[in-house]
Design a protein around this ligand. Sequence first.
Ligand SMILES: [Zn+2]
Length: 213
Amino acid sequence: MRHFIYYNFLLILTLFSCNSRTNNIENTVSVPSDKEVSKDLIVKVKQRDFKNIVIKDSSHITNGFDFPVGKPNAKGYYNAQKFQENNHLGDDWNGVGGGNSDLGDPIYAIGNGYISEVKDYEGGWGNVVRVVHLYKGKLYESLYAHCDSIIVEPNRFVKKGEQIATIGNCNGAYYAHLHLEIRDSVGLDIGGGYSSDTTGYLDPSDSINKNRN
Ligand SMILES: [Zn+2]
């Protein structure tokens, strides 16, 4: 009887150790890679730091938004593909001259903020600038795509109306225009530019028109 209990105890121990080993393997598999974790952490740290820095120096808070072309009212430009037209997640700003007449025209920051990213995403995106804004206590992100050239460095503050880039054609993929997005969720993936799910995205022109200084 004593032996029987002892062997049972051993059997249970063995089962437990096998089980915990299996769990460890499953846990290892389900944890995101170091790269994904660190990317996520960088975005979170930047958001926290940005709020802290801005709160200490209120000149970085934006008092509203202007249009990114023909400043401040988009004079000489028209919105060729509005938000949610064909599921578009932004606005497409084109010069009234059509074609590539606006190639190289200046793109301005829509509000005071912090350059959180400057990157060539290639493909349908091309050169992208992202700016984080603190407005009425909440963080927003403006995203400027297909740029011909980017004239600002990342991780520095910009003022509303300051030139950050020039209008491009995404290496000849389109006629020159600016694809502008405004997001109320900061640091999301670049995304696909088109979706019927607008979670994290705002109508850019509507947001600008309702929040002028
Ligand atoms: Zn677009």
